[in-house]
Design a protein around this ligand. Sequence first.
Ligand code: SF4
Ligand code: SF4
Length: 470
Amino acid sequence: MNNQNGQNHRIQSGGKYTNTGCGPTLQPIDIGHPEYIGLVDPDAAFWSLVKKDKLGYALTGEAFMDQYRRKRTEFLSEMDTLRFGLKPSAVYFNPTDRCNLNCGYCYIPASLRKSGSHMTEGNLLNALETLQAYFKRIHPDEVIPQVIFHGAEPMLNREAVFAGIERFKDDFIFGVQTNSTLLDESAIAFLASHNVSIGLSLDGVPGGPGDHTRKTWAGEGISDNVIAALERLKGYDHYSVICTVTTHNMLHLSEFVTFLHGMEVPVCMLNSVRCTLPGGRSMKPTDQELAKHYLAALDRTVELYEWTGRKLIVANFANILLSIMAPAARRLMCDISPCGGGRCFFAISAQGDIFPCSEFIGLPEFCGGNLFDGELDAAIESSAFRMVTRRMVEDIEPCRHCAVRHFCGSPCPAEAHTMNGGMTHTGAFCELYEEQARYALRQIADGKEDVYLWDGWDAETTTTFSLFNS
Ligand code: SF4
Ligand code: SF4
């Protein structure tokens, strides 16, 4: 509102002081460290570690505040681009509905996995052609999009998948996420020769509790098959193991990372079970128990590194560290809000239906259209996608007050929708993410962050602000 002299009377404060008026919000957070406390501007995802007895100085000292004010605009702009300025550059592509396994937490309905259909080779090639044209239209030439063949079990439709990889090898970076039961020598030879990244699912050591969750339709565990595939993959750079953490295996996570490290696995993910469907919910651990065992497993990876000099990267945790240290360098998009579903990537079902993320396959209200009906552009803009792409932490209680909201992102919208009553609710876990962010800041305070990150992770990042020991 302007007065007769054209002056704006709405803005009352010059933003001079921290935490009042228009001044920046800097929230002190207890990170469980003996010496340091975290100081976070949640909107800008700015953070600093301050000695506990210097907190007053940091909040009132001119040197710190002047430097921070000058940089805040840059931080806000980086966060804005990350949250709202990206275009899709990856597709999770389901070449079949079917799966030869019946894992208890799968997000694809059992009837589809049992008697659904394969995408024909002709349709798969047409789909990749459509996707290639779409990405060429929205990105400059130097951007090479990713296509990840995903589950159900993509290797059940191996001929079509391999034909797609062969035909479009120069147009996409390919990946395959597989239960590895069909990953024989010839499959690995083909995938390795085409530089395809391979993700294998495994929930525990052979014969252990992971065999309760990942099993055949007859109820038999399959970890021996995965171990055989891991043996074959030794020495290949582009593979990883994805572990879904449930009540069945969480007590054994430290033992499991020791096993993976012994198998020379370079990268794993320890993902808390998604609770979108009742199967996942039935094995959901409490946040407190899960955090305890998950953080102990992370500690174990540090011990293993100290003993052997070889890292086992836990990619989902590495991503949290990156979200703090170099937000734009993060690789996974569950822990930013809106999440990556529908805006950084999308998913295609075996029928060509387009969903914001694989997690929504099985929830028809989130289908934005069909690729074979020429509806890709419309799907990205559809109200089904907007439900996901417009879900923001600012609209969610208690996230909008939470200092770590941009290191967490309040995942997952699919869980929020099916489990907790809608997009303005949290997903299945909260305290787990809180503990993870606090742990990450503790590791940074102790100078251990490099142990959790890929060698050379900072080669393409620049330090825009550093005031560690204020
Ligand atoms: S938070 Fe959920 S919907 Fe979003 S990208 Fe992650 S799994 Fe997909
Ligand atoms: S889910 Fe919990 S930790 Fe994550 S942003 Fe929301 S309140 Fe914070």
